[in-house]
Design a protein around this ligand. Structure first.
Ligand code: 2P0
Length: 329
């Protein structure tokens, strides 16, 4: 038995499209920030009396996600030479499946707890590869701070893993999340990516621009250039949503409040000089990335936007870690 915690990460240069669906290999690299105050905590118990894996999410059975979880546990069992089934008890302190990266923190915590429970000692790179098999973005939540994810070129995917770029303390940015709906999304990321790959006329252009976006974001990190990071991030975000919108049928993850939040953030920056930019994932939430001193003002402004249900603020945090027994809930 072992317990682990991982936090969601927010991509600034986005991943949207796979080069191999079976091995869950991204078609382009990405760059993200790991959060601090949102978390998944997961306990994995391998129990010889079980006839199949069991999954509890926030205290309730979650059959829809069991196959994906079992698939990830199978990879761990294969490495450990075990056939024992597991009970997975996992908790999120934020809404699941609503564009807040619960699969990233969820699969990062699962592979860390599962590997420890089986007595495997895996380095972070191996954990990142395994987490990627569960969810592409989970590879990044193994690490804290600013994280780069490589697309890799190998057919076996062993070079598609994340690496840490900067610790949270080296550039302590803050994220203010405007939650505009806590309903689970209608089209999951994996299905959405495949739809875009097959049908969006912008998909090829999206992939062709990824390396330039990554280079710009990495340059911004090196020089702690907030304006350059803002420009690269918003460009990557809006291009990804353009790819989604041009898919058939169209993927539209935004609602009205999403758009109003974007306008509010742009006004804060362009009219008032507040150091902030927005990013949006496969869901209607808006994430405002800012310097810490600006966070209270941004939270207050986003809280007044009609349709915003909740505002969460998080610093950047550490990577996935094992928890002592007492720390689970
Ligand atoms: C990202 N997203 O880079 C992008 C931006 C959503 C929008 O990675 O199919 O749940 O499990 O690899 O990791 C969400 O996708 O997808 C995601 P799979 P995942 O953060």
């Amino acid at each position: 038995m072992a317990r682990a915690q991982a936090q969601p990460n927010i991509a600034l240069v986005k991943y949207w499209g796979k080069r191999d669906s079976a091995l869950n290999l991204p078609a382009s690299g990405s760059l993200s920030i790991t959060l601090d105050s949102l978390w998944t905590r997961t306990c994995v118990v391998f129990d010889p009396t079980l006839t199949r894996d069991e999954l509890l999410l926030d205290g309730a059975e979650h059959p829809a996600a069991l196959a994906r979880v079992s698939g990830c546990l199978d990879l761990l069992r294969e490495r450990a030479g075990s056939t024992v089934q597991a009970r997975v008890d996992t908790h999120n302190n934020f809404p699941t499946g609503a564009g807040l990266a619960s699969s990233a923190s969820g699969f990062a915590a699962l592979v860390l707890a599962g590997s420890a429970a089986l007595g495997l000692t895996l380095d972070q790179r191996a954990l990142s590869v395994l987490a990627r098999r569960g969810s592409g973005s989970a590879a990044r939540s193994i690490f804290g701070g600013f994280v780069g994810m490589a697309a890799g070129t190998r057919a076996d995917g062993e070079d598609a893993f994340a690496t840490p770029l900067l610790d949270a303390a080296q550039w302590p940015l803050c994220v203010v999340v405007a939650v505009t709906s806590t309903r689970a999304k209608a089209v999951g990321s994996g299905a959405g990516m495949e739809l875009s790959r097959r049908t969006s006329p912008f998909h090829a252009a999206w992939l062709a621009g990824a390396d330039a976006d990554l280079a710009s974001a990495r340059h911004a990190l090196q020089h702690r250039d907030f304006a350059e990071l803002a420009a690269a991030s918003e460009h990557s975000c809006l291009k990804m949503h353009a790819v989604m919108l041009a898919s058939r049928p169209a993927l539209m993850y935004w609602n009205g409040a999403t758009v109003e939040c974007v306008h509010a953030i742009r006004a804060l920056r362009e009219r008032d000089g507040v150091p902030v930019f927005f990013t949006i994932d496969a869901g209607p939430q808006v994430k405002a990335v800012c310097l810490p001193t600006a966070a209270p003002r941004i939270a207050a402004v986003l809280g007044t936007v009609p349709g915003v249900e909740q505002v969460l603020t998080s610093a950047l945090g550490a990577g996935a870690r094992l928890l002592p027994d007492a720390e689970v809930d």
